[in-house]
Design a protein. Structure first.
Ligand code: SF4
Length: 451
């Protein structure tokens, strides 16, 4: 496995969307066409319920490795106007809904959602849910910083229907934490984890990162051992992407402080093996779940879904993104909000939907999107019942799989491909063979390394 991971450690999209964001065609996008599509498809999407993502960008200090859209401030007066703007934006969107939304999923991401006081989070969520139906299987989640998540946060969000949370851990090594300017103790994590379970949350996720400055084999081994002891239901074990020209905070350390590519690979393979040995099941490339967790159960049942929030155990066709930089996915179109806080609030207060770019899917885009979703979530894609034109397209992509077939990662059948057990880690490379935008383009600068 180590040799294969080394071999396929090449730039490849994460396929949280298709087309991937760098391949959108903003020149053919208009907000009006996008909203027309949203209205046309709403009733059908709403039958299964929709998802809502809310971006809460504020953080009290900058973690130097951060790649998110953030606003650093210690002024908590920003909370209320921002929350009110998000509620107003939701109102602008719902005016294009053709019936009352059934909100099956909410995710609060950031930034640091727990920057907001429990009272302001309550005001925000109640404002969103005021004119919505909540199906019985709805699941709400939020990202939590272990250092500032209080029991009150946990209790208030639980009372609003939140049942999952994700804790950013990254690493426990004090030298690494100092370099990335993010300090949280095992005690903090333990406190939030215990509090969440007592409050009735059904699933806790930990985010870990490998490839951070000053990470060592011993340090990552120690962090993963501590994580295994705390036993979260899910773990995302992400690769650090060093792109200081995009995120200048990463200039706080130099490239010489980062693990070499060989060490980074060794950190991943060691951490991965430790998690597998501890009873976690690998889902996709960098996610792990206990068999008792609903993500594993959806994965095993072939009902798992993937969208801009990553893997999900609920399948919805509409994801409405609210707040700065959020992306909405309406199945045959994407729309992204402007990224700066003040212009966002101003636009929304003036009754303008703050989308600044997007993509409208062609029929071929939608077709490929469905096949890529089948590959990432079900590990099989078939086209024998599809139109002649689409079958010809899929068959024309097969020669690109030759090396993956020779390495035992994928099996080509009668107008279908099946990802092998060993190939699941490399599913993104298999998807790339069918990605119409990937061929003839220079991928190196545009997508992160596989590891
Ligand atoms: S990593 Fe998270 S908490 Fe840190 S600056 Fe980025 S968004 Fe904020």
């Amino acid at each position: 496995m180590k040799a294969l991971i080394e071999k396929y450690n090449t730039p490849v999209p994460r396929y949280t969307s298709y087309p991937t964001v760098p391949n959108w065609k903003p020149e053919t996008f208009t907000k009006q066409d996008y909203l027309e599509r949203l209205e046309q498809g709403f009733a059908q999407a709403n039958a299964d319920g929709i998802s809502v993502y809310v971006h809460l960008p504020f953080c009290e200090s900058l973690c130097t490795y951060c790649g998110c859209n953030t606003r650093i401030t210690i002024n908590h007066k920003v909370e209320e106007p921002y929350a009110n703007a998000v509620i107003k934006e939701w109102g602008l969107m719902t005016s294009h809904f053709t019936e009352k939304p059934r909100v099956r999923e909410i995710h609060l991401g950031g930034g640091t959602p727990t920057f907001f006081s429990p009272a302001n989070l309550k005001m925000l969520v109640e404002g969103l849910l005021e004119n919505a139906d909540i199906p019985a299987d709805a699941s709400f989640s939020f990202e939590a910083h272990p250092a500032n998540t209080t029991q009150e946060h946990l209790d208030v969000l639980r009372s609003l229907g939140f049942d999952r949370l994700s804790l950013g851990i990254q690493d426990f090594d004090p030298k690494v934490q100092k370099a990335i300017n993010r300090r949280q103790s095992v005690e903090d994590v333990n406190r939030v984890m215990k509090g969440a379970k007592q409050a009735g949350y059904r699933s806790v996720n930990f985010d870990l990162v490998y490839g951070l400055p000053f990470q060592t084999m011993e340090g990552v081994q120690d962090a993963v051992e501590k994580v295994i002891e705390l036993r979260p239901d899910r773990i995302a074990f992400y690769s650090y992407a060093h792109v200081p020209w995009m995120h200048p905070g990463q200039r706080a350390y130099s490239e010489a402080d980062l693990p070499s590519p060989e060490l980074k690979l060794a950190l991943f393979t060691m951490g991965r093996q430790m998690l597998l040995d501890a009873g976690y099941v690998a889902i996709g490339f960098d996610h792990f779940a206990l068999k008792t967790d609903s993500l594993y159960q959806a994965y095993a049942a072939g009902t798992m879904h993937r969208n801009f929030m990553g893997f999900s155990d609920l399948r919805t066709d509409y994801l409405i993104g609210l707040g700065v930089s959020s992306i909405s996915d309406i199945h045959n179109g994407f729309g992204q909000n402007i990224k700066a806080v003040e212009p966002y609030i101003e636009k929304v207060n003036n009754g303008i939907i703050p989308i600044f770019k997007g993509h409208l899917h062609s029929e071929r885009d939608s077709y490929i999107r469905d096949k890529i979703l089948d590959l990432t979530c079900k590990h099989v894609a078939s086209w024998k019942d599809d139109s002649l034109e689409n079958r010809e397209y899929m068959n024309s992509c097969l020669p690109r799989l030759e090396e993956l077939v020779n390495d035992g990662l994928v099996i080509i059948g009668d107008e279908e491909v099946r990802v092998t057990e060993k190939g699941r880690v490399f599913v993104r490379h298999i998807c790339a063979a069918f990605d119409a935008d990937m061929h003839g383009v220079e991928t190196k600068q545009r997508f992160a390394q596989g590891v």
